[in-house]
Design a protein around this ligand. Structure first.
Ligand code: BEZ
Length: 187
């Protein structure tokens, strides 16, 4: 399996005493299993959240990868999520948790009151080995409905993400369409 944790350690030399903002747009919104100094809803501009990344280690297996979110550069879009102010040592845990193709990139975060700050975001780019790419949303929902991995079902990942977005009043058509397809499959 592709492991990006070493590359993430190499590419950012962070001052250990200087807290940084981390933007979460997937499981980081609802699963904050790390210490943080504060958190606030925020968004980044020019990116769209898509279930286009394969998951070999959390919501699927190497033989049957699940589908999880990554960000795709999309002018005019905005992606809502949650920003956490953390101390850099927390990245040791997060780089391991998100090692299946995700690299930390610098982005400008905008908080709901309009002020902006620099932050880091985990993004799995289209050239990473676990990238699955676009598909019809009904097909993606069927794929998610049939996938399971060590962190649980792919269905729970999608439903928890949709619930977490509603809790911060964020609308994401792609995520909510997939959730609706899942619900229709159960009828
Ligand atoms: C996130 O929730 O920001 C996230 C999504 C995918 C991988 C790593 C982090």
């Amino acid at each position: 399996m592709l492991d990006t944790s070493e590359e993430n350690r190499r590419r950012h030399s962070l001052d250990p005493h200087q807290p940084v903002w981390l933007f979460g747009y997937g499981s980081l919104i609802y699963k904050a299993d790390f210490p943080y100094l504060e958190r606030q809803p925020a968004y980044i501009s020019g990116w769209a959240r898509r279930f286009w990344q394969g998951s070999h280690d959390h919501r699927g297996t190497p033989d049957q990868p699940g589908r999880v979110v990554t960000l795709i550069e999309t002018p005019g879009h905005r992606c809502d999520g949650m920003a956490y102010r953390i101390t850099p040592n927390v990245f040791e845990h997060l780089d391991h948790r998100e090692k299946n193709g995700y690299l930390r990139l610098r982005q400008t975060l905008t908080f709901n009151d309009g002020h902006t700050t620099d932050g880091l975001v985990y993004i799995a780019s289209e050239d990473n080995a676990a990238f699955l790419g676009p598909a019809d949303e009904a097909d993606i929902a069927r794929h998610i409905a049939g996938s399971h991995g060590p962190s649980g079902s792919n269905r729970d990942y999608l439903v928890q993400l949709a619930e977490a977005l509603r809790a911060i009043d964020a609308h994401d058509e792609h995520v909510f369409n997939l959730e609706r397809h899942l619900q229709e499959m159960n009828r």
